[in-house]
Design a protein around this ligand. Structure first.
Ligand code: NDP
Length: 295
């Protein structure tokens, strides 16, 4: 059987960043406004520090203003809330991202809910969640948006497809399901209590796996020709005694059956920051009161 088409997330993310750069330049030229994104990092989590550095670098590369607020781990909740309020009131700052996880003494929900929904580039604020589900213009979570862009790179019109999402988190599973519904797919959401998950996945034309279990989805679960989008990022021991990254999908097996598949790394991963920048450009256009290239 022919091997699946490999969906190149690195390349598609670069294309998205190029579109964002064009949009940022247009907003400067036509409206005299340079889009700006602020990232708030509290504490010393090493992975978060790397993410924040990459975000800041890519923000500058697409021509936006970038501000990094690195606060010590002992910063109080009130101080973080005061910073969010300051950024909410700053007209030069169009997007605010508070890097998770926050230290335990800070209530993440309270902080995320304090962000002005129009600046909520992560799309986690209940107002944006509501806007997404009722079909209003919303800032939509980045990884789900990236997953849909990857699926549409293979099949631009997803209408009528049977889509199965594995996972129902607020960060990935639920918003990706909402986006698939918006694309006119018939959507099934599977989770840890789902019975006969294998049989459900076997019926799917499009599978989006966001579980957090290494290589859970087997090749025998995949309907021949299906599109498989693997959101999972799991670090597992490798043969050389070090660790390696694998997805939630058993890639080698599934690539033999699927029509198209995302690799890990190099699939959904690079799309997340690209879609964050896209959201920041969209937020800037919304705040200027002009039509965005992205929504
Ligand atoms: P969560 O842990 O928040 O959610 C996992 C979901 O999987 C839950 O809904 C859970 O069900 C479901 N689940 C757990 N076990 C099973 C099972 N045996 N069968 C079916 N469903 C199951 O994870 P996230 O959504 O945050 O992340 C999922 C994966 O995506 C992780 O690997 C994460 O690292 C990755 N990720 C990647 C990103 C990227 O940029 N590429 C960004 C965000 C996440 P229940 O609700 O019933 O508990």
């Amino acid at each position: 059987m022919a091997e699946a088409q490999i969906i190149d997330g690195k390349k598609i993310a670069a294309d998205v960043r190029a579109e964002v750069a064009t949009e940022v330049a247009r907003l400067v030229k036509e409206h005299g406004v340079k889009a700006g994104l602020a990232v708030v990092l509290v504490g010393e989590d090493p992975a978060s520090k790397v993410y924040v550095k990459n975000k800041a670098q890519q923000t500058v590369e697409v021509g936006m203003n970038s501000w990094e607020y690195k606060l010590p781990a002992e910063t109080s909740e009130a101080e973080v809330l005061a910073l969010v309020q300051k950024l909410n009131n700053d007209p030069a700052c169009h997007g605010i991202l508070v890097q998770l996880p926050l230290p335990k003494h800070i209530n993440s929900e309270k902080v995320l809910n304090a962000i002005n929904p129009d600046k909520d580039v992560d799309g986690f604020h209940p107002v944006n969640v509501g806007r997404l589900w009722v079909g209003e213009r919303a800032l939509v979570p980045c990884t789900p948006t990236g997953s849909i862009i990857l699926a549409k790179s293979v099949r631009p019109n997803l209408s009528g497809m049977d889509a199965v999402v594995i996972g129902r988190s607020n960060i990935v599973g639920k918003p990706v399901a909402a986006l698939l519904l918006r694309e006119n797919c018939t959507v099934t959401i599977a989770h840890s209590r789902t019975k006969n998950i294998e049989d459900i996945v076997k019926c799917a034309d499009l599978v989006i796996a966001a579980v957090g279990i290494p290589e859970m989805v087997k090749g025998s679960w995949i309907r021949p020709g299906a599109i498989v989008i693997d959101v999972g990022i799991n670090r597992v021991p490798s043969e050389n005694g070090k660790t390696k990254l694998v997805g939630d999908v058993a890639y080698d097996e599934c690539a033999k059956v699927a029509g198209a598949i995302t690799p890990v790394p190099g699939g959904v991963g690079p799309m997340t920051i690209a879609c964050l920048l896209r959201n920041a450009a969209q937020a800037a256009a919304m705040q200027i009161g002009v039509k965005s290239a992205f929504a």
